[in-house]
Design a protein around this ligand. Sequence first.
Ligand SMILES: [Ca+2]
Ligand SMILES: [Ca+2]
Ligand SMILES: [Ca+2]
Ligand SMILES: [Ca+2]
Length: 423
Amino acid sequence: MACPNVIVMELEMHYASDPTQSKLRAATYGRGLWETKVSFASSPMTFVSSTTKQDNTSSIKPNQPAQEIIKIQINTSGDLAPLSARSFSFDTGESSNPLTDITLARVYYTGGANGFSTTTPFGDAYVSPKGDFTINGEQEMINGTNYFWLAYDVSASATVGNILDAACTSLNIGVDVIPDETNPEGHRLIELIYCDAGGTHLSQEHISLVTIGSVQQSSEDGMDGYQDFTATIAELMIGVSTPVTVQNNVPFNSDELIIWADWNIDGDFEDEDEQVYKSGPLGITTYTTSITPPAHAKPGLTRLRIRLHDTAFGPNATPCGNANLGEVEDYTIDVKEETVGIAQIKTERTIVAYPNPVSNELNIEYPYNLISTPFYITNVLGQSHYQGFLSGKTIIQTNQWPPGIYFIHVGVKTESQARVIKF
Ligand SMILES: [Ca+2]
Ligand SMILES: [Ca+2]
Ligand SMILES: [Ca+2]
Ligand SMILES: [Ca+2]
């Protein structure tokens, strides 16, 4: 396009992310705006470099699809004859127990956008990755930095305390390339993270006493309408009803009490049967009910959440977030199996842990493992404290451990459990 024969007072270059769309603009007083595309010397795409990074190292709950693990960056130069990414070879790396914890591995492409998203998958999912695995696909790349992401589906039976990680050992863009960094620093911990919940305003009514079976906890109104009594543990048997009472110190007619239990131990209260009691609007001093862990409850330490709220003034009947008034209290329940058959297997397979109580050195004997059996140790809050593999007799240094009660869990699906006391 020809520029009219006038004096140009302003000239602007507009660079676009796609260089072929860049423009030169001239304002010619009285003769309008003139613009033309900037000629761009196109060149065939060449590979510049590749590397991996681990941006997201936050904890992950069990039972979560498509969780970001590592990012693969491929830098190219040139816009003609684009190169395509054709395969990525990975290694589950430092992951504690891929077969138990990871159900699927997938790769996603986000073009030049540096942020994890599952919109554009690359190739097919890889089922049950363990050790080396390769994902094949075809993705034409853009000029500049291309972002690919490895994600895992975290299993519902993932073990709390285990870690998830990966390395990208090579990739193919027509030729094989080894990234500059293959195994980036960091990992993701599998942890039970529950949503926050409480009451916004200082309210007259609060939870003043809770009994679960023989366990009793009296209390005032918690800061932010929340109290953490997860150090208080109540034992519940699957299929057996345990009486529960909750006291409201100042009852109003529109008050309601709701109780949830995380039966599948995945860090939320949204699964089958997890709301275990709902009073409806009922202004009474003592709510009386009972809780029976369902047959599908997973044995182990899990969370019980109790909410008292006012259905007439800013109610919140969900397990997450704040209600205007009332209070939320959290407890730990230890769900035990009572089924005779299973109980027998468990008693046959006894862990021998000594001395108990322990001071400096804990000996663990588990004579049933012909190959090494994974085990982990949790504190009373269900937080992972130690993990490893048992083979014959295992000795653990405990002198640095804080005093308290610890639980030893043996086997991928907890074949056996024992309790030790550290003083
Ligand atoms: Ca890593
Ligand atoms: Ca309280
Ligand atoms: Ca749950
Ligand atoms: Ca869930």
